[in-house]
Every structure is written in structure tokens, then in C-alpha cells.
Design a binder for this molecule. Structure first.
Ligand code: ATP
Ligand code: MG
Length: 356
């Protein structure tokens, strides 16, 4: 038995989570995965019911589950923290110690991506520190400083977190054809903090003679990606650079609707689309479920390794094949990919492919 906790979230969350569930059920039937799926409320619906966007019972359930599937959340619109408006994504990343955010950007077969050149890269983003370490501690004005017209932000970089994100990046590179890691930084200006990050990545690079390695400044990387994203393989970087570059890479590869991600730690993992809750299209059936479906394929691969259950990697591959098949026809994909299917129909089409 493998237990999965599913959390709808806000905006398009309930729609893409429902479609993803259909896909998971098909994979469960075909590969006898023994999934035990439970749902719990977070976000606005939890705020209404229990006064907090992430109840303690949900955190406990996430800690107890083998894997978590998190729908997008509109945390920017929540009430203040004192009134229960916590960012569920941030809380779960912290409580489950999900230190690596793995964000692939891959152009589907036959598609050409935003610049006419296919992209197949993965951003490995440090997920626990940087400018986003602890927003209350790391950013302030007024109450922290005598000058209410000045704000300061602190950026935290530790050896341990840099080391383990580098290890995750090189382990991933070993599974890929190009076997290349690029560390992205701004150590020409942030000499101490990005310097420390680079020291750790270099130390890990030295232990991996089978993986080629280079370093690129974050500003140059933005230009490189637009010019020729197809040249890049694994990008290893700190929290904020990874946040920004992975959105750029996702859009170049084919759009945010395709952008999957996995938050991974030693003992827990959480599937989560790269995009937000897209309130502009919520409730219209236009949301592309591929982002979350692809994230679940990543979770299944992670579970295959963790529980030594090859059926999960077979299921992950079947999900990816089903996704590619659905994206290949306008009848089975959503409008962001030039199709005419709605969210549920696209989920059903992927499930149908998996069922064979
Ligand atoms: P949030 O405040 O929660 O981040 P947002 O308005 O920034 O929400 P995002 O979800 O980050 O919206 O995405 C930006 C835009 O990309 C959306 O407005 C939406 O049009 C599009 N988009 C995002 N996700 C999807 C998806 N799964 N399918 C189709 N379009 C999407
Ligand atoms: Mg957003």
C-alpha cells in the first residue's frame, strides 16, 4: 500500500487535481500500485472551515503519507498570518524538509517551443533558504528598522543546503544523456553568499568526474536561455534565481501549463505544478492538468527509488507517454496548447492512453 495525500488548493487547483486523480486511478489499475488516496482541505476552503489555510491535521497527514500532491494556492490573497493565512506550500516544504525543487522544462515531442528550438533542461532549485528562508525574519521595514522609508531583505546561504542541492543536481545529471551541470550564481557581486554556494557545488563536482560542469552568471543565463535553451542540461542554483529562471525555461519549452515540479527531501516528496493558482481561468475548464500530471509522474519515479518498487517507474513512464499522446492532438489538449479539450477531458484522454 502506498498512501498519497491530495490537496486541492485554490483557483484552478480543484480542477487540475481532479483530472490528475483520474490519471492516477488509471495508472493504479494498470500497474497494481496499491494506491491509498486521501484528500484534505487547505487554502481558502480550510480558512473558512478551520480558520487556517494549513491545519495541523493536514501537516500530520502529509508527514504520515508516502507522497503528497499539492494543488496551487493563492497565498498572496490570504489574510495575515495572525489570522491563519499561511502559505501551505512554504509550510509543507519546511515541515517535510523538501530541500530540492526539481523543475523540468521539456518541449513535447513534435512541438517547437516558444523560440522554435526544443528545450530539455531541469532546474534544480534550492528550496529552503536564500531570500525566501523565513519571510518574517528575512524581510522587513518599519518595525525592524528606524527608517520607515527603507526596507531590507536578508539572504541565507548555508554550506549544508548548498551541498545537498548540489548532490541532488549531480545525482540527477547522472541519469540524463548530456550529464552536464551548470551552477548559476551572481558571485561577482554577492561574493560571500554566492561564493559559499559555489564552493560547495565545486566540491561535489570534483566527486563526479563523469559529469561535466560549468558556472554561469544568472543574468548571462537569462540571455543564454532565450538564445539557445537547448544547450543546457541541469541547472543548479539558489532559491530565487531558480524561481525566476525556471519560469523562463518553462515558457520557452511550451508554457506554464506543462510545467511540472517535484519538491524532494530525504524522506518525503511533494508533487506541485510550477505555476500558481491562475485565478483568471479558474472554474472555466481551461486549465491544463499536464503540469500536475507530470509532477505526479516525477513523484512516482521518486517513490520507485525510495520504496524499491519498479511498478512506480513503469507507471511514471506510462503517464508521460499518455501526456505526450494527449498533447499531440487538439481534441485531447487544452486551449493553452492549441487544443479544444477541457481540463477533465484532457485528464480522461491521458487516463485512456494509460489504460491501453
Ligand atoms: P498566483 O497568484 O497564484 O501565482 P497568477 O495569477 O500569478 O496566480 P499563475 O498561475 O502563476 O497565475 O500563471 C500565470 C498565467 O499563466 C495564468 O494567468 C494563466 O493564464 C496561465 N496558466 C498558469 N497555469 C496554467 C495551466 N495549468 N493551464 C493553462 N494556463 C495556465
Ligand atoms: Mg504566479
Amino acid at each position: 500500500m502506498t498512501s498519497i495525500l491530495m490537496l486541492d488548493g485554490d483557483g484552478i487547483g480543484p480542477e487540475i487535481v481532479a483530472a490528475t486523480r483520474t490519471v492516477m486511478a488509471a495508472a493504479d489499475r494498470r500497474f497494481a500500485l496499491g494506491l491509498h488516496i486521501e484528500s484534505a482541505e487547505i487554502g481558502f476552503s480550510a480558512l473558512k472551515g478551520s480558520g487556517t489555510s494549513i491545519p495541523g491535521t493536514v501537516i500530520d497527514a502529509a508527514l504520515a503519507a508516502d507522497g503528497v500532491v499539492l494543488g496551487p494556492v493563492s497565498h498572496n490573497d490570504y489574510p495575515p498570518v495572525a489570522e491563519g493565512g499561511l502559505n501551505p506550500s512554504g509550510v509543507l516544504r519546511k515541515r517535510l524538509d523538501l530541500f530540492a525543487n526539481i523543475r523540468p522544462a521539456k518541449t513535447p515531442p513534435g512541438a517547437s517551443g516558444a523560440t522554435g528550438k526544443p528545450v530539455d533542461l531541469v532546474t534544480v532549485r534550492e528550496n529552503t533558504e536564500g531570500f525566501y528562508a523565513d519571510r518574517n525574519m528575512a524581510e522587513g521595514s518599519g518595525e525592524l528598522l528606524p527608517d520607515a522609508d527603507m526596507a531590507l531583505a536578508l539572504r541565507k546561504v548555508t554550506r549544508r543546503a548548498s551541498r545537498r542541492i548540489a548532490e541532488a543536481a549531480f545525482a540527477l545529471a547522472l541519469t540524463r544523456e548530456a550529464r552536464h551541470v551548470t551552477a548559476v550564481h551572481k558571485a561577482n557581486v554577492l561574493r560571500v553568499s554566492d561564493g559559499l554556494f559555489l564552493e560547495e557545488v565545486r566540491a561535489v563536482a570534483a566527486l563526479h568526474p563523469g559529469v561535466t560542469y560549468d558556472e554561469v552568471l544568472v543574468d548571462a543565463m537569462a540571455a543564454h536561455l532565450v538564445r539557445d535553451a537547448g544547450r543546457h542540461d541541469v541547472i543548479c542554483t539558489t532559491n530565487m534565481y531558480g524561481d525566476i529562471l525556471s519560469d523562463l525555461a518553462a515558457e520557452l519549452a511550451g508554457g506554464l501549463g506543462l510545467a511540472a515540479s517535484l519538491n524532494a527531501g530525504e524522506t518525503h516528496a511533494m508533487a506541485q505544478a510550477q505555476h500558481g493558482s491562475a485565478p483568471d481561468i479558474a472554474g472555466t475548464g481551461r486549465a491544463n492538468p499536464a503540469s500536475l500530471v507530470g509532477s505526479v509522474a516525477m513523484l512516482f519515479d521518486w517513490l520507485a527509488g525510495r520504496k524499491d518498487t519498479p511498478a512506480f517507474s513503469e507507471a511514471a513512464q506510462a503517464i508521460r507517454d499518455g501526456l505526450d499522446a494527449a498533447l499531440a492532438s487538439p481534441d485531447t489538449c487544452t486551449p493553452d496548447q492549441g487544443g479544444r479539450a477541457d481540463t477533465a477531458a484532457m485528464g480522461a484522454a491521458i487516463a485512456h492512453q494509460i489504460a491501453g
